[in-house]
Design a protein around this ligand. Structure first.
Ligand code: THG
Length: 287
């Protein structure tokens, strides 16, 4: 099953037979005081740096989150979408918990975006899925609702089923445009949480064959040597059926582990991408 995203003139396929899709996480002010302050002042210059770094690191899609406290998130999302689409030709993942922000971002976007995100809450689905349908976008869905973030993989699968039924049945959204987030939790909070995520990925893969993405940095939150932890997590998750992740593409350690997983899992025919990346690096080092 392939999820196709588009920018103005580019296209990215998320699917089991394509290279693992790296979604750059960095266009996001969460935890960044200076960036938040700049956004409050309407200074978007930092975004250009972050975009350039994510692209250089190997991002194939860019997550865009403008959730800075006390800033006009709707206006910032519109400005950011225009700025980023002028600066690069990668598809965007519009990331906000606020419906109006997603709506304004979709209206400003040229191409087929990935909307981040809905949950199994009826109210959110009924507000956001019509927008997704109208704009011909794809959507990330989290299997939690107002009651719970399920601890049990089986319960996450049931909530994913509810979302898929509503999105396809009630709103006519093709199942390939639904990307499920199996929910990545910090291993530092409880060392059994990542196994739960891995089991959820395997179950969702078996049950629906859908594409999946998650915030990979969540896994290492609060731990030292974060990149090493994420670099170990991703190949296991990929083998279980994960087809994309929101990660910091500036980390060579992490991007290399993804590219090695592509090679080892037969998503890099003849190792052409692996060898080409090595040659490009050698050439860059020689100059
Ligand atoms: N699922 C989905 N979407 C998501 C997430 C998810 N979007 C947001 C988040 N999780 C993924 N994006 C990030 C972005 C930044 C960080 C983590 C996840 C991060 N930032 C540093 C920090 O807070 O420590 C920034 C600090 C700094 O650089 O100064 O870790 O799970 N669907």
């Amino acid at each position: 099953m392939d999820t196709v995203l588009r920018s103005r003139s580019g296209e990215v396929v998320i699917g089991p037979d394509s290279p693992f899709c790296i979604i750059g996480e960095r266009i996001n002010p969460t935890g960044r005081k200076i960036f938040q302050e700049q956004l409050r002042r309407g200074d978007l210059s930092r975004i250009e740096i972050d975009v350039a770094q994510q692209v250089a690191g190997g991002a194939m899609v860019l997550d865009v989150n403008m959730g800075a406290p006390l800033a006009d998130e709707t206006e910032l999302m519109v400005q950011a979408v225009r700025l980023i689409q002028g600066a690069c030709d990668l598809p965007l993942c519009l990331d906000s918990s606020i419906i109006e922000v997603l709506e304004a971002g979709l209206a400003a976007y040229e191409g087929k975006a990935l909307v981040n995100s809905i949950t199994a809450e009826d109210e959110r689905m009924d507000a956001i899925l019509p927008l997704v349908k109208r704009h011909g976008a794809a959507v990330i869905a989290l299997p939690n609702d107002e009651e719970e973030i399920p601890a049990e993989p089986g319960r996450r699968v049931e909530l994913a089923r509810k979302i898929i039924d509503v999105a396809t049945g009630k709103y006519g959204i093709p199942i390939e445009d639904i990307v499920i987030d199996p929910l990545a939790m910090p291993v530092g909070a409880d060392t059994s949480l990542v196994l739960t995520t891995l089991e959820t990925i395997a179950l969702l893969h078996e049950e629906f064959g859908v594409n999946m993405t998650l915030g990979a940095s969540n896994v290492s939150f609060g731990m030292p040597e974060r990149a090493a932890i994420v670099a170990a997590f991703l190949p296991m998750a990929i083998k279980a059926g994960l087809t994309s992740a929101i990660v910091d593409a500036r980390s060579p350690e992490l991007v290399r582990s993804v590219k090695a997983a592509d090679l080892l899992l037969n998503r890099d025919p003849w190792g052409a991408a692996w060898i080409a990346a090595h040659r490009a690096q050698q050439a860059a080092a020689a100059t």
